[in-house]
Design a protein around this ligand. Structure first.
Ligand SMILES: Nc1ncnc2c1ncn2[C@@H]1O[C@H](COP(=O)(O)OP(=O)(O)O)[C@@H](O)[C@H]1O
Ligand SMILES: [Ca+2]
Length: 506
């Protein structure tokens, strides 16, 4: 050993252990980097699974096809709507006199599902049919007939190769609850971040959004209230991804917008000439109602007192007056199946954000009122629309279906009163409602929640993390790269120090 080397060793007795430590840490750093990259980018088998839900609504039926990666079925937000097929014709409850036609009408959409889903997966693809308020009403009118209708539809669907799980009438609470699950699943509210970092730091639970669904024959409100929920029949308990939720829900049968319109018109006294006037239709609008067909609903107790088969409805186009008529619906006990619907039904104070979908969206979207406009602006827009003459409206919107167009004045006023006097939103919290048709490409509605629940795709407990979120991945990569860089610099500095000292002969 030279003198200089001897000197270096004596002046830096720690240099060898330091270099060894640095080398050891570098090896660990490299191993960690490689491990993270391998875990993150490991090739997942790309098998896709499918599920089909038929939404047999009161006004129409729609078929939804959902798709998800087989290995990630318990993660949140992995199920995506692949297709929505609108069945031609009215809802299945309209086929009560010709039950076989109800199933036949589904064939176009079922054929489409056969085309879209790979053939070898047809038999493993679950298919559910859930019927809502239209069928609830038919069951009230004639239970056997409603069962015959469902049996006939089932028989038809069984001709298809899918794994059919049966057709049933879902309860109002389920319709509300599954709608709530759908929107919160799609918004990612059940689990903000399932990555390691978030979970290690306690995994923050996000607030859920309330769900408002307006159909043709019923309407649902579902949300997590601030205080306790009572009574039991309005309470849903969910345990999802490790969090417990106590949810309030209520479904008002007969208070969907089509049935509500029947209730509204049934309140009007017909004149001797067989006409009724209504402020809820545009001026110059006329419609002939076939009394037996129009009032054939258990929502109205008995037919209106009329001598005519046909009643002519004449529009007056007065929104302010229309709202008075709608208000009367909410307190009337004369005609309604559910007497005293809104004032007597317990509802905790609405709180938090809401998503309003289905007819809530269609109507408000038509009037350009989906931008959280203040109550006053909503009223003004509705008032102006109702005041326009029917001929002008028709000319302005030639492509809109006349049935919808003619009822937008009524529907908008109905929505306004339902929200503010039925559900008790105020001018202060009305802007907490987002009117949405779709969330991330998926229709907002009860069907997705229904399928997620029936296929056990929402676990009660948090699934153990298998890979990192992109954010966690990038963060870890940056930390380890910096760590390696620092070690490298230290090594360089250390060796330069040694070299200098060696050169100086210290
Ligand atoms: N483009 C539209 N404009 C206005 N209303 C619409 C539009 N599309 C659908 N609707 C209405 O949305 C409602 C959907 O209700 P539906 O789901 O069939 O009934 P329910 O949920 O009560 O069984 C119906 O009142 C239907 O008329
Ligand atoms: Ca519906």
């Amino acid at each position: 050993m030279t003198e200089a080397q001897e000197g270096v060793k004596q002046k830096n007795p720690w240099h060898r252990p330091v270099i060894l430590l640095i080398a050891f840490l570098m090896v660990i750093g490299i191993v960690a980097l490689v491990a993270i990259a391998v875990v993150q980018n490991k090739q997942l088998p790309q098998k896709l699974k499918y599920g089909i839900v038929l939404d047999a609504g009161s006004s129409h039926t729609a078929l939804y096809i959902y798709q998800w990666p087989a290995e990630k079925q318990n993660d949140t937000g992995k199920v995506q709507q692949l297709e929505a097929c609108k069945v031609e014709g009215p809802g299945i409850s309209s086929y009560s006199k010709e039950v076989t036609k109800a199933g036949l009408a589904l064939n176009q959409c079922l054929d489409k599902a056969k085309e879209i889903i790979p053939e070898h997966q047809h038999t493993e693809t679950p298919l559910y049919l859930g019927a809502t308020a239209g069928m609830r009403l038919l069951r009230l009118q004639d239970e056997q007939q409603s069962q015959r209708l469902l049996n006939s539809v089932e028989k038809f669907i069984r001709l298809y190769p899918f794994n059919f799980q049966g057709a049933r009438i879902i309860r109002g609470q389920e319709e509300g609850g599954y709608g709530w699950i759908t929107i919160n699943y799609l918004l990612g509210n059940f689990l903000k971040d399932s990555g390691w970092i978030t979970q290690l730091s306690g995994g923050k639970d996000t607030e859920t959004f309330g769900a408002l669904d307006l159909g043709g024959a019923s309407t649902q409100i579902t949300f997590v209230p601030e205080g306790d929920v009572e009574p039991e029949e309005s309470t849903l308990y969910f345990r999802l991804y490790g969090t417990s939720y106590t949810v309030y829900t209520h479904s008002f049968l007969c208070y969907g917008k089509d049935q509500a319109l029947k209730l509204l018109l049934a309140q009007r006294k017909e004149s001797v000439s067989g006409t009724i006037t209504s402020p809820c239709f545009n001026k110059e609008y006329t419609r002939n109602l076939n009394v037996t067909a129009f009032y054939n609903t258990p929502c109205i107790l008995g037919l209106p007192n009329t001598t005519q088969d046909i009643i002519k409805v004449i529009g007056e186009g007065n929104a302010e007056e229309c709202r008075k008529h709608v208000r009367a619906l909410f307190s009337s006990t004369d005609y309604t199946l559910t007497s005293c619907p809104f004032n007597c039904v317990y509802q905790p104070q609405v709180q938090g954000e809401f998503v309003a979908f289905s007819a809530f969206y269609f109507v408000m979207n038509f009037l350009n009122l989906t931008g959280k406009e203040p109550l006053k602006q909503m009223k003004d827009t509705i008032d102006n629309f109702c005041a326009r003459s029917w001929n002008e409206v028709k000319d302005n919107f030639p492509k809109t279906r006349v049935k919808y167009l003619s009822e937008y004045c009524f529907s908008a006023n109905y929505i306004l009163i339902l929200l503010t006097e039925g559900y008790n939103f105020t001018s202060d919290n009305l802007n907490k409602i987002q009117f949405m048709r779709k969330i991330k490409g998926n229709d907002a509605g009860w069907t997705l929640g229904y399928m997620l629940n029936l296929t056990n795709m929402i676990p009660a407990e948090l699934p153990s993390p298998r890979s990192l979120t992109h954010t966690s991945y990038v963060t870890l990569m940056v930390i380890f790269s910096l760590f390696l860089l620092i070690l490298l610099l230290l090594t360089l500095l250390n060796s330069r120090g040694l070299l200098c000292r060696a050169q100086k002969g210290i």
